[in-house]
Design a protein around this ligand. Structure first.
Ligand code: AMP
Ligand code: MG
Length: 359
């Protein structure tokens, strides 16, 4: 299959006439049961018709994704929630009012209109309205319901640029819409509203504090996803798999900034002496301190936004350079930093190097 690449001229909107033409051609592909990758504000999605079970089956196949790992349904109008869900709780409207369109996915009770292929066999459905002009127009042009996981091959880092989508999906899907680099760079926050009390199943740009504030009640995070030693299984099926992983070994190093710097420096020279190709993902201030084959730096250590923005592309760069071992400094794990820490843990297969802080 040939994968057609459509490049958007004005991704932040308003879309040009050519842009609209391209997006509508992609909407037609979806209506015919095809697959199109598209930009959102989080990462690129791999879209198919959420109400067509054979489209969902094709998504799992194109990604190599286990079919018990459900897809997020993307909508462009709050009204459209009614067809695909049942017993919508008041909290959903409160959160939609504050955060949609935006990087928040809600788990709600699914109606019979949603094929169980789309929900991975569950009676709940994940729904989100993305804050991206191209995505919203594309969803509208496709009939209103796009099932879309991230547009990477299963297990690999999520794509934050169309070239990364092409790397993984060329020949496997009908088209890719290139809308530039994603604004946030990490997947949406997932909050489960189908149980007795709201719970975050995957941390993201919208934090537990944001949600607690909006709902006027403390929203907790699934304990299984932040602690590498937790014995419980994560509640979101997708959080149970190793994920976001480059070919090289990822080593998150946690400790005081000075200890982390000193430790990584020592490890780099040992790894080099052992003939390994080395990489570092670090804060801006430390970039010139390290001697490694590839160094990718973001903002300050407490700037999770800057680190999240480059994280997945940094992991992909490491693969391009055949890096064997990748050290990552511990950026803040507070607020949005919690989401980055969670993805870092998954990319490292839950191994963390924790340095003993000397008092
Ligand atoms: P991705 O689209 O690649 O970001 O993955 C979607 C994530 O949403 C995965 O971790 C899924 O397991 C999770 N998810 C989707 N639907 C549900 C659901 N009904 N209940 C719990 N988790 C879900
Ligand atoms: Mg994914």
């Amino acid at each position: 299959m040939e994968t057609v690449l459509y490049t958007i001229e004005n991704p932040d909107g308003p879309l040009t006439e050519n842009d609209l033409k391209a997006v509508h051609a992609c909407g037609d592909i979806i209506k015919r049961g095809g697959l199109v990758a598209f930009p959102t504000e989080t990462v690129y999605g791999l879209g198919g018709d959420a109400l067509n079970e054979s489209s969902s089956a094709r998504i799992y196949e194109a990604k190599g994704r286990p079919s018990d790992n459900p897809l997020i349904v993307h909508i462009c109008d709050l009204e459209d929630l009614r067809l695909i869900t049942e017993d919508i709780p008041e909290e959903a409207y409160v959160l939609a009012g504050r955060y949609w369109p935006g990087p928040l996915t809600m788990i709600l009770k699914a109606s019979d209109a949603v094929p169980r292929k789309t929900t991975g066999g569950l009676d709940t459905v994940a729904v989100r309205m993305p804050a991206n002009a191209v995505a919203l127009e594309f969803i509208r042009a496709s009939g209103g319901y796009i099932a879309a996981p991230s547009a990477n091959l299963s297990g690999k880092p999520s794509p934050t640029k169309a070239v990364f989508v092409m790397e993984d999906m060329r020949g496997r899907i009908d088209a890719v819409i290139d809308g530039g680099t994603n604004e946030i760079g990490l997947e949406s926050t997932i909050v489960d509203l189908s149980g007795d009390r709201p719970m975050i199943l995957r941390p993201g740009f919208i934090t537990a504090d944001d949600l607690s504030d909006a709902l006027g009640t403390k929203v907790i995070t699934d304990p299984a996803i932040l602690d590498p030693n937790c014995k419980e299984r994560p509640k979101a099926p997708g959080m149970r798999y190793r994920h976001y992983a480059p070919k090289g070994e990822v080593i998150p190093v946690k400790g005081s900034p000075e200890e982390v710097l000193g430790y990584i420096k020592g490890e780099l020279s040992a790894a080099r002496n052992a003939g390994k190709r080395t990489g570092v993902i670090c804060c801006m201030e430390n970039a010139s301190e390290y001697d490694a084959d590839v160094i990718r730096s973001a903002g300050a250590l407490d700037d999770a936004k800057a680190a999240a923005h480059i994280f997945y592309s940094a992991l992909r760069d490491m693969d391009d350079e055949n890096i064997d071992i990748i050290y990552v400094e511990n950026f803040t794990d507070l607020g949005f930093g919690e989401a980055l820490w969670n993805r870092l843990l998954k990319s490292a297969g839950s191994r963390v190097l924790e340095l003993q802080t000397k008092s």
